[in-house]
Design a protein around this ligand. Structure first.
Ligand code: P5A
Length: 438
């Protein structure tokens, strides 16, 4: 993409409403624009990152055996009356009436809707287990939407729902998602700690939050220092074996958010206990028959007996992750995208767009990048070199390749690594090969 043609409305000034780095940076880097409180439009650069996150989340869901569906954002209130949550949910639920005066709502989550689908479609134990996921917008009328996309009112969530015959099978489905989440967040370049959590309005008594440590996180968290040696990247995607040992290993060390932590009862000695702040990027729940019993989602077991389905639900804050990744990875100059979610892999800077030879060489390099399938953003604008460099730092592409008249004489381009700041010189003829994936 040529920057001269790209819709990238970056801001020079720091917006005053933005209190934390990720909020400032998504606005300054022209990734999103606020439409109204807690509601955002996604602009090309932001949407690209959102879609990359989505793709990794989807890939790991499919690898775990879940199947993708898409449910509507607008739901009928009647389903929520069946589960009893229509009254319980309170002011966070956006309630709407259609022209026939039927009560509708913009879904804050989809337990009722999926239970309705499954109760009509699944009648026998032979159809189990099933795990269905979607990536769909949600609406929660948060009293204090803040921190940009991290606590929005409209936000993108990956949510899925597991259906099993008995509790042991339901636990296995829960454990599968536990592993899938560890893998998903590691692939996104994040270190997360699973923490015992309250189930809140979703329900059930088994629940874990996946927390990214960041100084600007919303909740205070407490965890055993041993987590610093844990590595989710190494967890293999093998789902058909007993996963309880893996879950036990990841939950053997103490970790809790402030509403679960009890200093008096904490089993960890203070020299081993770390405290910090955390961002909840995922939350998983096992609530057994809470919805299936209320809504009559039953199957016939092998013995002919009718039993309610065992269910769990699992959520990842896809749009929140855009903010969370920035919180975990930025410096004073701007964003530092992990390669896996970077909107472009390489920024190409022609330092002298007023120089014919330099422009010709940069154009040729750009064409070569495109041909090699490398995602490149080419700053071909007629701007001062300093402005181009700081713009690249702001939007945070993993690598910046610079060519100018001086390099042309020697046949050299400079490559800067955004994360380390390290600069290397590469022969012009080898630049594209350096970045092309074999
Ligand atoms: C699990 C999936 C649920 O709603 N039902 C379906 C369950 N869980 S949850 O914890 O309430 O939400 C799942 C994840 O969504 C993100 N999230 C948000 N992101 C941005 N703005 C919000 N206001 C917001 N609320 C929740 C979080 O990442 C959460 O873990």
């Amino acid at each position: 993409m040529r920057l001269s043609k790209y819709f990238l409305p970056t801001l020079k000034e720091t917006p005053s409403e933005a209190k934390i780095a990720s909020h400032r940076l998504i606005l300054r880097a022209g990734m999103v624009r606020q439409a109204s409180a807690g509601i955002y439009s996604w602009l090309p650069l932001g949407l690209k990152v959102l879609q990359k996150i989505e793709a990794i989340v989807r890939d790991e869901q499919i690898a775990s055996g879940a199947q993708e569906i898409l449910m509507p954002t607008i739901q009928s209130a009647d389903l929520w009356r069946e589960s009893g949550r229509y009254e319980d949910y309170g002011k966070e639920m956006l309630r709407i009436q259609d022209r026939h005066k039927r009560d509708m709502l913009y879904g804050p989550t989809n337990e009722e809707q999926i239970t309705d689908i499954v109760r009509h479609a699944i009648k026998s134990y032979k159809d189990l287990p099933k795990n269905l996921f979607q990536i769909q917008w949600k609406f929660r009328d948060e009293i204090r939407p803040r921190f940009g996309v991290m606590r929005g009112r409209e936000f993108l969530m990956k949510d899925n729902y597991s259906f099993d015959l008995d509790e042991a099978a339901g636990r296995h489905s829960y454990n599968k998602m536990f592993l899938a989440y560890l893998r998903t967040f590691a692939r996104l370049g994040l270190k997360t700690i699973p923490m015992a959590a309250d189930a809140g309005p979703i329900g059930g008594d088994l629940s874990h939050e996946f927390i990214v440590l960041a100084p600007t996180g919303e909740s205070e968290v407490f965890y055993h220092k041993g987590f610093e040696d844990f590595d989710a990247m190494g967890e293999a995607a093998v789902y058909d074996k007993d996963l309880q040992p893996l879950v036990d290993r990841w939950t053997s060390l103490y970790a809790a958010t402030d509403n679960k932590h009890d200093a008096a009862a904490c089993p960890v000695k203070s020299s081993d206990l770390k405290t910090g702040r955390g961002i909840e990027v995922g939350h998983i729940f096992f609530f057994g028959t809470k919805y299936s019993e209320a809504m009559g989602a039953t199957v016939q077991g092998q013995d002919g007996e009718t039993t309610p389905l065992q269910m769990g639900s699992y959520g990842i804050g896809v749009s929140r992750l855009v903010g969370a990744i920035i919180e975990a990875s930025h410096d004073d100059a701007g964003i530092i995208w992990p390669e896996a979610v970077a909107p472009f892999q390489v920024g190409l800077i022609n330092v002298r767009s007023d120089n014919e030879a330099s422009t010709k060489a940069a154009d040729a390099l750009y064409a070569e990048f495109l041909k090699a399938g490398v995602e490149v953003l080419y700053d071909d604008r007629d701007e001062r070199p300093g402005a181009k460099f700081s713009n690249m730092d702001l939007i945070g592409l993993p690598f910046a390749v610079t060519i100018g008249p001086r390099g042309l004489e020697t046949g050299i381009a400079e490559v800067k690594n955004r994360a380390t700041g390290e600069r290397t010189e590469i022969k012009l003829s080898g630049v594209v090969k350096h970045f092309a994936k074999p």
